[in-house]
Design a protein around this ligand. Structure first.
Ligand code: G6P
Length: 622
């Protein structure tokens, strides 16, 4: 939610900041802005409504010089998306500029007090209050910027990642975080700052992930030559110096670029075979018929003694959790509950030390999921994380976990992360079942082998790309879609519907196929496309009857069937074939054509596939 970039060094900051904003645009894109201190000591702030492209156009004839700057791409919380509410925000004197990601909960209170003291506000944002407060404290108490930031943050309630610059001191950026991510990149005589490492990796692989409650001072001393005159200091809000751990980031640039595809989403759909191979690498050994997850070796006792598993997640990750429930219950015979993290955290749930909580999150930063983890921890549960973003907040808050290793996901609509999460959940359920002895050996071997073949099966499904693209054109007229599935296919139906509404803005609902008769059937007429996952599994005959019911009401059926099925082909309007796969692995294969369907419908409708309106990839506000 909101992207933050900063640069302090010897190069012109503007191009680096703009490139960084483009990499972070997935975090929000309703306005963008930049602040630069030029050679003459002027602090220039430029901001526009809309995407980074608008900012570039707007600044074409402006002074963009300066070797220090901060920049921001916004996902609005307080104040409508507009140039005035865009970041950076000046302080009243225009000496300071700030960018912020998060929410300041007591901003109204602080703002009221500052107005009483004569401070004038320009925007409706919660952010402006921080920079005004910092300046007020600096002036009133004659404090330096760092101390004023400490004093101000002590009064601030909420979540934030901020960066502040002062035109009187063009060799310093002050950055701070609480519940919103922030990474400092250390180059040769230059510092970078980012909400994640993606704007940094092009320049350096040395990073420091700031911890919650820490303030970083990025400083250059042009008169000092040792260590290129760089000084990075991290302190707590109370001023205690903190230890620094410099880490090496292991992301290659190709992973965060489109690589010839028109959109990140399409690239990420097509990457899935390779991503899932990476996800299973070193974990599945087909020759030995074995799954090894280090978490289950290191924390065997805690995981094996679970009396119940609670899965907490949001959005697409929650759908992966629904599949995880079926896998764990059927392989391990432990009861599993799946909760929306946002509901779980506020409803005083029953959680005990006998529970294992699985937190699933692509970004590793979702505020509700983090809060659910904290609550479960306080009640003594053991926390296992399934995340993609390495070093993000959720993996750091959990007791152990497994990374899905599918590489950075940039398209806002999650695709490869979902199949990666389901792959890890399958491996987790298998490994736990083996350790508990709850699964027959031949069944275990069959699933391990089947899982290892999934990347190849997805490659086969991707061959239907052209067909799905054609089919999508036929259905762009629709205002509503229904998605139906049963058993393992029900969460797939939910995920298919979510993908469609996220990027094409067509209303879509996922339903368990048998529930159709209790309501959704009333919606069916000749305009209503119904996507039915009707593969050859234990539910086949029942789903076939559902298709008959839809056709009897003139609904238009798009059926996902097992290759060679001619029964459904005769009654459905459109058929997409899937390779034959074990029922428990079907979600990994059946999701892919639904991702393609939503992608092509959105493309046909001319929608912004990678950056759909109102959404953001990383939701760091509750
Ligand atoms: C946002 C994203 C979704 C994602 C959800 C949960 O809404 O747009 O794609 O599924 O957050 O995110 P997480 O990073 O926790 O998986």
């Amino acid at each position: 939610m909101c992207g933050i970039v900063g640069y302090l060094g010897k190069r012109e900051a503007f191009p680096i900041l703009i490139k960084g904003l483009r990499r972070l645009e997935y975090r929000g894109y309703d306005s963008a802005g930049v602040a630069l201190i030029n050679e003459a000591g002027g602090l220039n702030v430029y901001k526009t409504k809309g995407k980074v492209d608008n900012l570039v156009e707007y600044t074409s004839d402006k002074d963009k010089t300066g070797t220090i700057g901060i920049a921001h791409t916004r996902w609005a919380t307080h104040g409508e998306p507009s140039a005035v509410n865009a970041h950076p925000h000046y302080s009243q004197s225009h000496n300071l500029a700030i960018i912020h990601n998060g929410i300041i909960e007591n901003y109204a209170d602080l703002k009221g007090k500052l107005i009483e003291k004569g401070v004038e506000f320009k925007s409706d944002t919660d952010t402006e209050v921080v920079v005004q407060l910092v300046e007020y404290i600096m002036n009133k108490k004659q404090l330096d910027l760092l101390t004023a930031v400490q004093v101000a943050l002590y009064q601030v309630i909420g979540a934030y990642a901020i960066a502040i610059i002062d035109k009187r001191d063009p060799l310093q950026i002050i950055a701070a975080r609480k519940q919103s991510p922030l990474v400092v990149g250390i180059g040769d005589g230059e510092f970078f700052l980012g909400s994640d490492a993606s704007p940094i990796i092009e320049y350096t692989d040395k990073v420091v992930y700031l911890e919650d409650g820490n303030i970083a001072v990025l400083r250059l001393d042009k008169n000092r030559s040792e260590n290129s005159g760089m000084e990075l200091k991290v302190v707590s809000i109370l001023g205690e110096e903190q230890e620094l751990t410099v880490k090496k980031v292991d992301i290659d640039l190709g992973q965060i670029e489109k690589g010839g595809y028109p959109h990140f989403m399409l690239k990420e759909i097509f990457e899935q075979p390779e991503c899932l191979t990476n996800c299973m690498r070193g974990r599945i050994n087909v020759e030995a018929d074995h799954v090894t997850l280090s978490a289950l070796i290191d924390y065997r006792r805690q995981l094996l003694s679970a009396k119940r598993v609670l899965i907490v997640a949001c959005g697409t990750s929650w759908h992966a959790g629904l599949i995880g429930k079926q896998l764990i219950e059927s392989f391990c015979r432990i009861p599993v509950e799946v909760e929306y993290a946002s509901e779980f955290r506020y409803r005083n749930p029953v959680v005990t030390k006998d529970d294992v909580v699985i937190a699933i999150s692509q970004s590793g930063e979702t505020a509700d999921t983090l809060a659910a983890i904290q609550l479960a921890k306080e009640r003594g549960a053991f926390i296992y994380g399934i995340c993609n973003a390495i070093g993000s907040s959720i993996p750091r808050a959990t007791d152990t976990g497994t990374y899905i290793h599918v590489g950075p996901e940039i398209g806002v609509a999650s695709t490869k992360a979902f199949t990666g999460q389901v792959t890890v959940l399958t491996m987790f359920a298998l490994a736990l079942a083996e350790a508990k002895g709850t699964m027959a050996r031949d069944e275990y071997i069959k699933v391990v082998k089947g899982l290892s073949e999934v990347p190849e099966l997805i490659r086969e499904v991707l061959k239907s790309n052209e067909k799905v693209a054609d089919l999508a054109r036929t259905f762009t007229y629709a205002h509503n879609f229904l998605y139906l599935g049963r058993g393992f296919s029900y969460p797939v139906a939910l995920e298919g519907a979510l993908k469609l509404k996220e990027i094409s803005y067509i209303h879509a609902e996922g339903y368990p196929a048998a529930e159709m008769k209790h309501g959704p059937i009333a919606l069916i007429d000749s305009d209503m496309p119904v996507v039915v996952i009707a593969t050859h599994n234990t539910m086949y005959e029942k789903v076939l009857s559902n298709i008959q019911e839809i056709k009897a009401r003139k609904g238009r059926v798009i059926a996902l069937v097992t290759k060679g099925d001619d029964k459904i082909a005769k009654i459905a309007d459109e058929v997409i074939e899937l390779p034959d796969v074990q029922e428990c692995l079907e979600p990994l294969v059946a999701t892919v054509p639904l991702q393609l369907l939503s992608y092509y419908v959105a493309v046909c409708k001319g929608k912004d596939v990678d950056q759909p309106r109102n959404l953001a990839k990383s939701v760091t506000v509750e």
